[in-house]
Write a protein that binds this ligand. Structure first.
Ligand code: AMP
Ligand code: ZN
Length: 114
């Protein structure tokens, strides 16, 4: 999608600090980390937010969570724990309108979130 920051990152038009990439998704470190480990996982295809997901995205979502689990093992945070969160819309503070999953780790994370 034209004018979408994460589409441009997925296409390699804007650089990112990549952790993992395949045909369908990209994982890269957040530019403004909120925890010692903070990376984002995005589908390469443009989906505006989790509110636009359909049953047809089931395999993609399963793949995203499997990649998150593997990356967290590789980063050594699987045992201490981590949080996966996706913000949807204004009240949740979604600033980039391309579906992304935040993965936060290596500090104790408050609940409920602010
Ligand atoms: P959200 O507020 O949930 O939409 O999250 C958007 C996230 O994207 C924020 O945590 C930003 O720090 C992050 N972000 C914005 N621009 C970039 C970029 N160029 N590279 C990496 N992360 C980014
Ligand atoms: Zn996009």
């Amino acid at each position: 999608m034209d004018d979408c920051l994460f589409c441009k990152i997925a296409a390699g038009e804007i650089p990112s600090s990549k952790l993992f990439e395949d045909d369908t998704l990209l994982a890269f470190y957040d530019i403004d980390p909120q925890a010692p480990v903070h990376f984002l996982v995005i589908p390469k295809k443009h989906i505006s937010s989790a509110a636009d997901l359909t049953e047809e995205d089931a395999a993609l979502l399963g793949h995203i969570y499997a990649v998150i689990a593997r990356l967290c093992k590789e980063l050594g945070v699987a045992e201490s724990g981590y949080r996966v969160v996706t913000n949807v819309g204004e009240d949740a503070g979604q600033s980039v309108k391309h579906l992304h999953f935040h993965v936060l780790a290596k500090r104790s994370l408050a609940w409920p979130p602010g």
